[in-house]
Design a protein around this ligand. Structure first.
Ligand code: SAJ
Length: 430
């Protein structure tokens, strides 16, 4: 297979398209968002990801990658479009269905079609009748497979290549064909299975993470009750050869970990009590953090809160589903004056520019709240940000990324999420 058409140029599709283009394939990238196409064709990029801009531009300049709004004939078609959920946490497959319908006119005998989007179990097989509207038979004329992406935003170009990969086929031949295609650049192992199992594998991976983050968050609540520091206890517990407790935080953001478990709940509502409870624990974490903030400024009439970090995790500019936005909204609704800073994200979802100067954010502030552990905050020292400018020297670290003793030596009161003090924890309504 020498030519590949990639439908969807997001944080999975675009790196995948460029990776194929720099590994011997002629690639045609498709996105229905004209701004994305215009940005790429003008030499820009719409995704902040280390190394991606240069990598994509090299593929475009070499003309091994072209980007347009319409598909073309190709040996293989890869669908990497969003799969959000709608109201009631029901999977929304409209983008998958429109992408499949878009390629039907371009299908030819011998083609391979691979769905990459995280999808409810059974989605790939449900595409067969749509693909057969081409007049071609799936399984004989064309092959259909599912292969989920595991790349970690912030490490995409490395993980695209080195990660082990699962390819699930509508038929065994389809799985083999998918594996052959990905061997163009994948150095990790490629495991073959059936399409529905591969869909389930992806959902299990992210649900496993969500449940374990919920466990860490619940440990942070218990720690506050019993007067210990959860982060210290977790660090020590993880010395056990078979224990890997994750980190408490202000909640679970992004468009994967907080979304994918709902695909399993939708698939088996009666059998997903633990998964649903973990989602509730993680979704309640922003409110728990607001309770910690309220307690930290309870003695101040009209507190000014300086929020450091809005992105859903360190090192990215992505605000989608970020728990920090929930915290900011709740604090604003209480009537606090809230200022926000982020070292990667440039604009709020409504387009408002995000302040980039720390001293501006901290002047006259009463409390500094770290919600995202960007390196800038991890490295920050008290005199980096004119502490004299603050009205009260108080800091709440929800990511265990601040060296408390350095700040305490500078006269700060430092609270940490999960740091036990013998006091009642803030009420968290379920
Ligand atoms: N988080 C915690 N505590 C932790 C780990 C994460 O609170 O110990 C929070 C993060 O702050 C963030 C959210 O959870 O808000 C998700 O973070 P993440 O580190 O899980 O990163 P994602 O969502 O960018 O990537 C995940 C990865 N999946 C797994 O690690 C199983 C990645 O491999 C997937 O490809 C990606 O989801 C995806 O797109 O599915």
């Amino acid at each position: 297979m020498d030519s590949v058409c990639v439908i969807g140029l997001g944080y999975v599709g675009l790196p995948t398209a460029a990776m194929f283009a720099t590994h011997g394939k002629q690639v045609h990238g498709v996105d229905t968002n004209p701004q994305i196409i215009d940005t790429l064709q003008a030499g820009g990029i719409h995704i902040e990801e280390p190394g991606l801009a240069a990598f994509v531009q090299a593929a475009l300049v070499s003309e091994r990658l072209r980007v347009r709004m319409e598909p073309v004939l190709a040996d293989a078609f890869i669908l990497a479009v969003p799969t959000p959920f709608t109201t009631g946490h029901r999977p929304d497959l409209r983008y998958v269905l429109s992408a499949v319908r878009a390629i039907v006119p371009y299908l030819r005998p011998g083609n391979v079609v691979i769905l990459e989007s995280t999808s409810p179990p059974g989605t790939t097989l449900s595409l067969v009748p749509i693909l057969e509207e081409s007049g071609l038979r799936v399984g004989t004329d064309i092959l259909l497979a599912y292969s989920p992406e595991r790349v970690l935003p912030g490490r995409i170009l490395t993980e695209l290549v080195v990660n082990d990969r699962v390819v699930g086929g509508h038929t065994v031949e389809a799985a083999r064909a998918g594996a052959d295609l990905f061997r163009a650049f994948v150095t990790g192992e490629i495991m073959l299975t059936d399409a529905t199992t591969a869909e389930m594998v992806k959902l299990m991976e992210n649900t496993y993470r969500d449940v374990n983050i919920a466990l860490a968050n619940e440990f942070s609540h218990i720690a506050a009750h019993v007067g210990i520091n959860a982060n210290e206890a977790i660090r020590l517990a993880n010395y056990h050869p078979r224990v890997k407790i994750l980190q408490p935080g202000p909640g679970v953001g992004g468009h994967c970990i907080a979304v994918d478990p709902w695909f399993l709940v939708a698939a088996a509502p009666q059998s997903t009590q633990l998964i649903r409870t973990a989602r509730a624990v993680n979704d309640a974490q922003p409110e728990y953090v607001v309770g910690l903030v309220r307690r930290a400024v309870a003695d101040i009439a009209s507190p000014v809160i300086a929020i450091l970090g809005l992105a859903y995790k360190a090192g990215v500019d992505d605000l989608r589903g970020s728990p920090a936005l929930d915290v900011v909204k709740m604090l604003t609704d209480i009537g606090y004056q809230v200022r926000v800073h982020d070292d990667h994200a440039h604009r709020l979802p409504d387009g408002t520019p995000i302040e980039r100067d720390l001293v501006t954010i901290l002047t006259d502030a009463d409390l500094l709240v770290v919600l995202t552990d960007h390196d800038l905050y991890r490295r920050m020292k008290p005199n980096d940000c004119g502490p004299a400018a603050m009205s009260h020297r108080r800091l709440l670290d929800t990511r265990d990324c601040i060296e408390a003793n350095i700040w305490e030596a500078a006269g700060f009161t430092v609270d940490k999420l999960g740091s036990g003090q013998t006091h009642s924890t803030p009420a968290v309504s379920r």
